[in-house]
Structure formats: structure tokens, C-alpha cells
Design a protein around this ligand. Structure first.
Ligand code: ZN
Length: 135
């Protein structure tokens, strides 16, 4: 997939996700995640994971970004970039959360240990969550 042709804004999206990752609230897991969504009108909205001493209340970076975007009036997204170390794939809950809005969005899987000038892996959300639950 030629990301430069498919999503020319990938550099900005990746930079935003990496930057917001530095603000993750992860005192328990030390697992810092940043996410940046690209709205259909070109805005970039960010989110980071926010943990809680009551572990079940923890919320992932992807859902923080989507909730923030929705609160700002956006509900259609072209892409999301998820930045973290190791294996940057969204959890199952986040995949379902993303499908609610834009089932065909592009998901950029950004391993922050890779140089910024290298494009992240790009996959379609439908590949990550085939046969998603819909009402
Ligand atoms: Zn998640």
C-alpha cells in the first residue's frame, strides 16, 4: 500500500499521535499509547490512554480520541494513527468502537521505535474487524 498516495497527511497524523502519547496517564502499566484521528474535513483530533487505580475504568487512546472528536462535532473519520511500542494494534473493544463511525477508515499502526520518516503499516479497519457487530 503506497501510503503517500493513499493518505498524504500520514506524517502529520503520526506526529500528532506520537506527541499526544507523551501525555498518556499510565502509572500502572507504563504502557503509553497515542492516537490521532483524521476527520473527513481534514482536522486531526488526538487522544492518549488514561488509566485508573480501578483498572476497569481505564480507557484506551483510540476511544479518547474518538470521544473528543465526537464532542467537537465530528463523526466521520478517514484514518486513525495509533502510536506505541511493540505491536501497535487496537484492542477488540476499540475496533468495535471505531466501526461505529467509519467502518472503512484506514488504521495506521505506528511502532514508535521506528524512524518518523518511515511510513507506518496501514490496514483497513474492516480487515481488523471483519463481520463487525452492527444494529
Ligand atoms: Zn483499546
Amino acid at each position: 500500500m503506497d501510503l503517500d498516495n493513499l493518505l498524504p497527511q500520514w506524517h502529520q497524523l503520526q506526529a500528532a499521535a506520537r506527541e499526544v502519547r507523551t501525555r498518556a496517564w499510565a502509572p500502572y502499566s507504563k504502557f503509553h499509547v497515542g492516537a490521532a484521528v483524521l476527520t473527513d474535513n481534514g482536522s486531526i483530533i488526538v487522544g492518549c490512554n488514561v488509566e485508573n487505580a480501578s483498572y476497569g475504568l481505564t480507557i484506551c487512546a483510540e476511544r479518547v480520541a474518538i470521544c473528543s472528536a465526537v464532542a467537537q462535532g465530528y463523526s466521520t473519520f478517514t484514518a486513525i494513527c495509533i502510536s506505541l511500542t511493540d505491536s501497535p494494534v487496537p484492542c477488540g473493544a476499540c475496533r468495535q468502537f471505531l466501526v461505529e463511525f467509519s467502518p472503512d477508515m484506514l488504521v495506521l499502526l505506528d511502532d514508535v521505535t521506528r524512524p518518523e520518516d518511515q511510513p507506518p503499516e496501514a490496514v483497513r479497519l474492516a480487515e481488523l474487524l471483519p463481520r463487525a457487530f452492527r444494529l
